[in-house]
Design a protein around this ligand. Structure first.
Ligand code: GLY
Length: 574
């Protein structure tokens, strides 16, 4: 049951301050984004969107803690970053309090009660193309609103209304779309028109331009119901009615009962020691924490610093570690509330050592020799991550998504938000790849109420027992390997955080048996050296977009946004 903590008067006063600030700066003309790194002694916010960073900073400056700021950022992203920021999706938060307690919140979507193991297969057992990726049937039960309520109830210090009101104001008064948001909206005009029962306001004749004003009155009303009734204002009542009506109109299966039954779950973080560091990341239903832990534990047995940063040798070795970790992911990982995930085995250094014992520096191990399967591609790289640290030292690392860009492309008519297409993250059929080319089996099979396996990896690192790094990234299956490389860049190769984030990345995931290199990662001679070891390579323009914070030795916070890749990432501190 949602309870307000403060008197209506106190709420009104603090709201007035926020509203004045936001009314004064609503819908500003686009301006150049500040470049990172940013520095601050009292707080730092790094997000993928200028309005979201601004509101996070504002909440910290108003005396809120990192958790308050995270809630405000999360709701602002649902308005100003509809590509991935959401109330129709889900995500994961890893936190570390100022007192040093680490933990995790799982607000991943769940399969509706009517979901079945073979719901995306035809009579011959073949996957029906697109059914799990676009349209009403691809949506899981959203988790974001329940997740934010959990965060507020456990850690919030400011009135909830103060945290969500800026998002309501921006939805109602409008904001100027960035070039990136305009471009992404334009890419999906046809899909928006095709799958929706009523044309959403994202369909715009002539397309979107940078600086266009986007006003979202239905979304403002939905957010108001959340402000006034808490999660009940989303999972029951008018919003729930609108979601269920949308489902019925479009052939989806989410019901009132599914919505009312949704719960976010607090879980222990996956925490492992690496030299004098301790790494906290996300447990299942994300694979991220276990996979990153396995990669770091495996790396500890090799001298990466001697192999060098982005050399053919270090890329070969990382690939060998990654393909074994992703084979484990496909076999052993799924929602631990439904499947007996062998945590102890997967995180046992002896197990990892044995698994890596056949790595040769002279030749690639074919992925078929590790475990069989057939996979072709990796495609969409969306999702969004933000990192926040407050002046007291509370740290929040939060990754959230609707899966693909704009999720299922279905906007709930009358409610103004996109629904996720997270059902595609289940293994729709054993060995059949999802949009990220990931395969899975029994552990990640579809079951009613189950959470689909994720790669999201919000991560926090301690050094000698004190907060050191907060980081995460979008990027589907590349999230895990990207976070791992930033860790290795800083902890092993001695790069500064901005350089570590900006550096080109590589990715390998068991299947397909190929190394994906970001442009600029290796020159032609380096790529030839990898081919000579038996690796197949492909080069793509961009991998992920890390948002990170580092606690410096002098006590200041350094905020690093990724400006080398497309997007609107901004770090701001004070
Ligand atoms: N939807 C991408 C992920 O959760 O990993």
């Amino acid at each position: 049951m949602f309870m307000f903590r403060d008197s209506a008067k106190a709420l009104f006063l603090s709201l007035s301050v926020s509203l004045l600030l936001f009314a004064a700066c609503s819908a500003p003309e686009p301006e150049a984004l500040p470049r990172s790194p940013a520095f601050g002694a009292n707080g730092m916010v790094v997000t993928a969107n200028p309005e979201a960073t601004a509101v996070g900073l504002q909440i910290l400056q108003e005396g809120g803690n990192a958790f308050d700021a995270a809630i405000a950022v999360k709701y602002m992203l649902s308005v100003t970053y509809p590509i991935a920021g959401n109330i129709g999706g889900g995500g994961f938060m890893v936190y570390r309090t100022a007192e040093g307690e680490a933990g995790a919140l799982d607000f991943r979507e769940t399969a509706p009660a009517a979901a079945t193991r073979d719901m995306y297969l035809d009579e011959e057992g073949n996957l029906i193309d697109g059914l799990s990726r676009i349209g009403h049937l691809s949506a899981g039960v959203p988790g974001t609103v329940a997740g934010m309520e959990e965060v507020w109830q456990r850690f919030g210090s400011l009135p909830f209304a103060q945290l969500i009101e800026p998002a309501i104001q921006v939805a109602e008064q409008g904001h100027r779309v960035t070039a990136f948001n305009a471009e992404q909206s334009n890419r999906f005009q046809e899909e928006f028109a095709e799958v929706n029962t009523q044309l959403p306001l994202f369909v715009k004749e002539g397309g979107w331009q940078e600086g266009d004003l986007l006003v979202q009155p239905d979304l403002a009303e939905t957010l108001r119901r959340i402000r006034d009734e808490g999660a009940a204002g989303f999972y029951t009542g008018t919003t729930a009615d609108l979601i269920v009506a949308e489902m019925q109109a479009g052939g989806g299966i989410i019901t009132h009962e599914d919505l009312a039954a949704y719960r976010a779950v607090w879980r222990p973080a996956v925490s492992v020691a690496y030299k004098n560091y301790r790494i906290h990341s996300m447990p299942p239903s994300s694979s991220g924490g276990i996979a990153i832990a396995q990669l770091m534990l495996g790396s500890a047995d090799f001298d990466f610093a001697a192999l060098g940063h982005l050399t053919p040798e270090s890329i070969h070795l990382m690939t060998e570690l990654m393909r074994r970790v992703y084979a484990d992911r496909a076999t052993h990982l799924g929602d631990s509330d439904f499947y007996d995930v062998p945590f102890e085995m997967l995180l046992d250094p002896q197990y990892i050592r044995a698994r890596n014992a056949d790595i040769s520096m002279e030749a690639a191990t074919p992925s078929s020799a590790i475990k069989e399967g057939e996979v072709e591609r990796i495609e969409s790289f969306e999702t969004t991550h933000f990192s926040i640290v407050d002046g007291a030292g509370n740290a929040v690392s939060l990754t959230t998504t609707v899966n693909s860009f704009f999720g299922s492309k279905v906007m709930v008519a009358g409610a103004g938000f996109f629904l996720n297409n997270e059902m595609d993250d289940f293994a729709a059929a054993p060995g059949v790849p999802n949009q990220f080319g990931l395969v899975g089996g029994e552990a990640n099979a579809i079951e009613p109420g189950k959470r689909m396996l994720s790669s999201m990896s919000p991560t926090i690192v301690e050094r000698n027992g004190a907060l050191y790094l907060v980081l995460g990234t979008p990027g589907g299956s590349t999230i895990i390997t990207n976070v791992y490389q930033v860790l290795m860049n800083v902890l092993e190769h001695g790069l500064g955080l901005q350089q570590a984030v900006d550096a080109p990345k590589m990715h390998a995931q068991w299947l397909p048996d190929v190394i994906t290199l970001e442009e600029g990662a290796l020159d032609e001679a380096g790529m030839e050296a990898l081919r000579a070891l038996g690796h197949e390579l492909r080069v793509i323009p961009q991998i992920g977009r890390v948002q990170a914070i580092q606690l410096l030795d002098d006590g200041r916070l350094k905020g690093v946004a990724d400006h080398t890749r497309t997007g609107d990432s901004v770090a701001r501190g004070f």
